[in-house]
Design a protein around this ligand. Structure first.
Ligand SMILES: Nc1ncnc2c1ncn2[C@@H]1O[C@H](COP(=O)(O)OP(=O)(O)OP(=O)(O)O)[C@@H](O)[C@H]1O
Length: 285
């Protein structure tokens, strides 16, 4: 009996010491309702390449975060980790509370349905009418019969129309998507995310295929949607000025590592310049 009590006291002491060591740093698994994405010491190896190394990142509900960095820095890899299409080699990735590595396939799919992803290449089916491309955002939540029927007889048209109105192309409902301009096709992709009503939006170079004016319009649209619905938005961008101008938090990636993660007002020009500086090969002039 006395031994049991001593054992309990020792266990409590160890737990207290562990808590003191950790301080207030949130750990993977801690309950923290507004954490949307959480990466702890995450590395990803793709073939011979260490695409990400020891990445720690926490994104909370309503935050708008730009990811910048040179080509090959790991931006796309980071985004595909967050939507569960790439697997971490080390560390833990959680999205909306789901620990991808330990969750069931069903739980992962349910989480992925709550995350809207927008790609650089508009990712729409050119041959389909706009209404079908927008409805694709809901296929994951519809039973098979409804999804199949919707290709013949469009479903929930008022909701699609509303989403298209929100992205400024209300009149394009029945147009063949491939006949739309690049900017309009990207709006269709955003409307598809809107009908999905996601809890988080990931955008991988969403404006890289558009001219600067169209690009700015699309970026503002995404930022407005995120602000209105308090949905976290994480976007990778090559346009550094746009990142610094429009996002309150900027993460710099280089060679798979986070070099800085700062509010834009605390970020110095030198830090941004250094992110893109090309290393001189040893021995070069
Ligand atoms: N499937 C793959 N197999 C092997 N290496 C890969 C694969 N995909 C990406 N990589 C490598 O991983 C690293 C990170 O690539 P990633 O596409 O994430 O960078 P990025 O910052 O998005 O680049 P960019 O701005 O050019 O799109 C690069 O060195 C890339 O060559």
């Amino acid at each position: 009996m006395a031994r049991d009590a001593e054992h309990d006291r020792q266990r409590d002491r160890r737990a207290e010491q562990a808590t003191a060591r950790e301080g207030s740093r949130p750990r993977v698994g801690d309950r923290d309702d507004d954490v949307v994405f959480e990466l702890r010491d995450v590395s990803v190896r793709l073939g011979q390449v260490e695409a990400l190394s020891g990445v720690d990142l926490v994104v909370r509900s309503g935050e708008r975060v730009a990811i910048i960095g040179p080509s090959g820095a790991g931006k796309t890899t980071l985004i595909s980790l967050l939507n569960g299409t790439t697997t971490a080699t080390r560390g833990e990735v959680r999205a909306l509370g789901c620990p991808y590595a330990r969750a069931s396939a069903r739980n992962i799919r349910a989480t992925q349905r709550r995350i809207g992803t927008i790609h650089q290449r508009f990712d729409v089916v050119a041959q389909l009418r706009t209404v079908h491309n927008v409805n694709a955002g809901r296929l994951g939540t519809w039973p098979f019969w409804k999804a199949a029927l919707s290709l013949v007889l469009p479903r929930d048209v008022p909701r699609v129309r509303e989403a298209l109105a929100q992205v400024g192309i209300r009149d394009k409902l029945h147009e063949r998507t491939g006949d739309l301009s690049g900017g309009e096709q990207q709006r269709v992709a955003i409307a598809r995310v809107l009908v999905q009503q996601p809890d988080a939006i990931l955008a991988d170079e969403p404006v890289a295929s558009l001219d600067p004016t169209r690009g700015l319009e699309i970026m503002k649209l995404l930022l407005d949607i995120s602000a209105e619905s308090e949905t976290a938005l994480l976007a990778s961008l090559h346009d550094v000025d746009m990142a610094l101008d429009k996002f309150e938090r900027v993460v710099g990636l280089r060679d798979g590592r986070i070099v800085f993660d700062k509010r834009r007002e605390n970020l110095h020009d030198d830090e941004v310049r250094a992110l893109y500086t090309i290393d001189q090969a040893p021995g070069s002039p």
